[in-house]
Design a protein around this ligand. Structure first.
Ligand code: ATP
Ligand code: MG
Ligand code: FE
Length: 333
């Protein structure tokens, strides 16, 4: 079965053609980052306008690159939420239009399930599994006893990991989104500041990053007031060490408790080199029987391929076309 998938939940306009949930025939991503950078974050109205401009072109490019046409498709899949309502609406309406025009079933997909299923394009998922979802809006440990079951067993109580990266990036004066830049800088510095590891020893599987963020900001401001110059690479390395240590520690602990077969990394922050290295090392040291899947960089950030992969978790009826489908900005697992 061949699906055209559409993703417009935030600031990437993306379309992809996926076969059987495992094979990627194309994955076209038009990023809007340059337009949002001067505002230091995503401006929802600007995002919607870009999606309108790009949507048709991106869908056509995805079909062309896959060497396929609407006649050869079996369904249309689209992100219905969570995300920015105006941004989601562009994708949802484009999907409804092409599904209706070409008489194809329409499959609504949860964006977070999409991030998890990006891993299915790398290797078949085996259950039970534990997914560490780390993105701009989410930081969650999702336990899947079997396909279709999502149990959030830990989550952030304040900022998402990606959000913390981006806020710290602003303090260090790097362009938005800061995550990638902090990651780069971290590799040229050392953990000299020893920022707090929040809730590390606690029984809870939850996370908290706002204390770390405050501690970081205070350190920088205090130094500024005293006229001291701090090494930015060391600051980045110290921040990253604190984030990664907590994420890896809790993931390994939950994976042991739940006796999972796989750990799968998901979301934009999955692109983080420090996190990828630390999770790989910890899994091979402490959980020799457990298989770790880490998506390639192209499947970490928002993309439609992952939506196409996740679409296959649903059963597709030939006449499934709900033209009342709406964007669900606050959709949860
Ligand atoms: P959500 O998926 O929760 O709805 P989102 O779609 O906006 O939110 P993603 O696109 O999945 O989030 O991820 C974007 C986030 O990933 C940004 O916060 C960005 O800074 C972060 N990020 C990207 N690359 C890296 C990296 N190498 N290190 C750390 N963070 C990174
Ligand atoms: Mg994005
Ligand atoms: Fe995302």
């Amino acid at each position: 079965k061949r699906v055209l998938a559409i993703e417009t939940s935030c600031d990437e306009t993306s379309a992809a053609v996926i076969e059987n949930g495992t094979e990627q025939l194309s994955n076209v991503v038009a990023s809007q980052i340059k337009s949002h950078q001067r505002f230091g974050g995503v401006v929802p109205e600007v995002a919607s306008r870009h999606h309108v401009e790009q949507m048709t072109l991106v869908m056509e490019a995805a079909l062309l690159e896959a060497g396929t046409s609407y006649d050869e498709l079996d369904a249309i899949a689209v992100t219905e939420g969570p995300g920015l309502v105006g941004a989601l609406l562009i994708g949802v309406n484009a999907a409804k239009a092409v599904a209706y025009a070409h008489n194809l079933p329409l499959i609504p997909v949860n964006h977070i399930i999409g991030h998890i299923y990006a891993n299915q394009l790398v290797q078949p998922l085996r259950f039970p599994l534990l997914s560490l979802v780390v993105s701009g809006g989410h930081t969650e440990l999702v336990y899947m006893k079997q396909a279709g079951q999502y149990e959030v067993i830990g989550e952030t109580r304040d900022d998402a990991a990606g959000e913390a990266y981006d806020k710290v990036g602003r303090v260090l004066g790097v362009p938005y989104p800061g995550g990638k830049h902090i990651d780069e800088m971290a590799h040229h510095g050392n953990d000299t500041f020893h920022f707090p590891r929040a809730m590390m020893q606690d029984d809870t599987n939850d996370f908290s990053f706002s204390g770390l963020k405050s501690s970081f900001i205070n350190t920088v401001h205090n130094a500024q007031q005293k006229g001291e110059v701090l090494d930015k690479n060391d600051l980045a390395a110290s921040f990253q060490a604190a984030v990664v240590e907590v994420l890896v520690n809790k993931t390994i602990r939950c994976a042991k408790e739940r006796k999972v077969k796989q750990i799968v990394l998901a979301g934009g922050v999955a692109a983080n080199k420090g996190l990828r290295e630390a999770l790989t090392a910890a899994t091979s040291e402490e959980l020799t029987e457990v298989e770790l899947i880490i998506p390639p960089l192209s499947l970490c950030g928002d993309n439609a391929a992952m939506i196409g992969a996740a679409a296959f978790t649903e059963s597709i009826e030939p006449d499934q076309l709900d033209l009342t489908l709406n964007a669900k900005p606050g959709l949860s697992l």
